[in-house]
Design a protein. Structure first.
Length: 297
């Protein structure tokens, strides 16, 4: 019995270089067209950072002129700013303020958000409306009675008036966590209660591990706000330079060295660096927390 072998397939003809180039160019154009809005927004956000960095490495007489590209690169400006002002001390104050305020916001917001999202009690909707109203209330409205309170307690000039209020109430943190808690099904909490967990254990053992993205997003929002806060430190620590955070110190640094814009921009770049690094490492949790927040309710 004879077998008939299939004819050998002919090798594919090579694609001409001109066709390959055209296909690659079409792919690039398609990518640009698909992500045009994202690319435009990215350029808008990156340009100010690039301007700050380029100005930071310029000579003093070139900074803030029409020349945007450094004629000479002076990376020693980042070292010079530490000789002009005690930035490490100011950095420690900012880190203490932001870290403790973020911790206080989470400690106070998690139980409140849990009560608003997972419990049923009289006046629940009213309290939530008051929380939303507190978000819309400008801080300048309550600044006079609060300042008078801290003056009477003798705590002005310290970071205490900036940190302590976060351990009692932060409207935005409560609102954000409440919206995220609503996306978690109640079945998990009910199953935990059937197994004998009380409300506190159900919140800490079941809800919080599932709400890590929302907690990360809330913590980042609070950290960024307190890190960049200028009004509060100016009001409460303006009289005591030893407790100045970076946001207040950079303004005074610019005042003391208003001609040396290159040093001012170098200090600004150093201040922005920790926030940028934090966002890079926590980007996935931050985006996930924002994505799921507000799906229900």
């Amino acid at each position: 019995m004879t077998t008939i072998s299939a004819p050998a397939s002919k090798p594919a003809a090579p694609v001409p270089p001109r066709v390959q180039f055209r296909r690659q160019w079409d792919k690039r154009l398609g990518f640009i067209a698909t992500h045009a809005i994202g690319i435009a927004l990215g350029v808008i956000f990156v340009l100010p950072l690039l301007f700050v960095f380029l100005t930071a490495v310029m000579k003093s007489d070139q900074a803030m002129t029409s020349s945007l590209w450094p004629t000479e690169w002076h990376f020693e400006n980042f070292v010079e700013v530490f000789k002009k002002a005690p930035l490490l001390e100011y950095f420690g104050n900012s880190l203490l303020y932001s870290a403790l305020a973020t911790l206080g916001a989470l400690v106070s917001a998690v139980p409140a958000a849990y009560g608003l999202a997972k419990l049923k009690w009289r006046g629940q909707n009213l309290f939530f409306m008051l929380t939303v109203a507190a978000m819309m209330l400008p801080p300048q409205v309550t600044v006079v009675p609060l300042y008078d309170l801290w003056v009477r307690m003798g705590l002005t000039g310290t970071l205490v008036p900036l940190i302590v209020p976060y351990f009692f109430f932060d409207a935005f943190s409560i609102f954000l966590l409440r919206q995220f808690f609503l996306t978690i099904p109640k079945d998990y909490l009910e199953a935990a209660k059937i197994d004998g967990c009380n409300e506190f254990r159900a919140m800490t053992r079941v809800l919080l591990p599932m709400a890590k993205p929302g907690i990360a997003a809330t913590a980042m929002f609070c950290f960024l706000f307190t890190w960049n806060d200028y009004f509060g430190p100016l009001l409460y620590t303006g009289e005591n330079q030893d407790n100045w955070p970076l946001s207040l110190a950079i303004a005074s640094f610019r005042g003391m060295h208003h001609v040396e814009w290159n040093l001012t921009m170098a200090a600004t770049a150093l201040i922005m660096a920790p926030v940028i690094v934090l966002f890079v490492f926590a980007q996935k949790s931050f985006v996930k927390g924002i994505t799921f927040t507000g799906v229900k309710g």
